[in-house]
Design a binder for this molecule. Structure first.
Ligand SMILES: [Zn+2]
Length: 107
């Protein structure tokens, strides 16, 4: 497991809601919409910044990214590789967008 994947699974990472809770950011909301709290579920399922990656992941795995679909993603070697790549890419970009220095993972 990589540090970026751990951020998605725990929610403890460069997401606005988490950074706001730690008083490291002024707002818990995502820059894609003023009324959308930026948490893990938002960035994986709804965020306008990651629509392309979401569609690629759903197409590549044949699984819709919903909470109920997670067992189908993590119980299949091919799907977990695709889903992990998606999670890591989203988390990396959230860290950059939020200028998060909570984690300084190199991967
Ligand atoms: Zn968003």
């Amino acid at each position: 497991m990589t540090a970026l994947l751990a951020q998605i699974l725990t929610g403890h990472g460069g997401f606005a809601q988490y950074l706001y809770r730690l008083k490291l950011k002024n707002s818990p909301y995502c820059a894609c919409a003023p009324d959308e709290v930026q948490n893990v579920l938002h960035v994986l399922k709804e965020c306008l910044f990651f629509v392309k990656e979401l569609v690629e992941t759903e197409t590549g795995t044949g699984v819709k990214i919903v909470r109920q679909g997670f067992p189908n993603l993590v119980n299949d070697d091919k799907n977990i590789a695709i889903f992990s790549k998606f999670c890591e890419g989203v988390t990396r970009r959230c860290n950059i967008k939020n200028s998060s220095t909570v984690y300084t993972a190199k991967d």
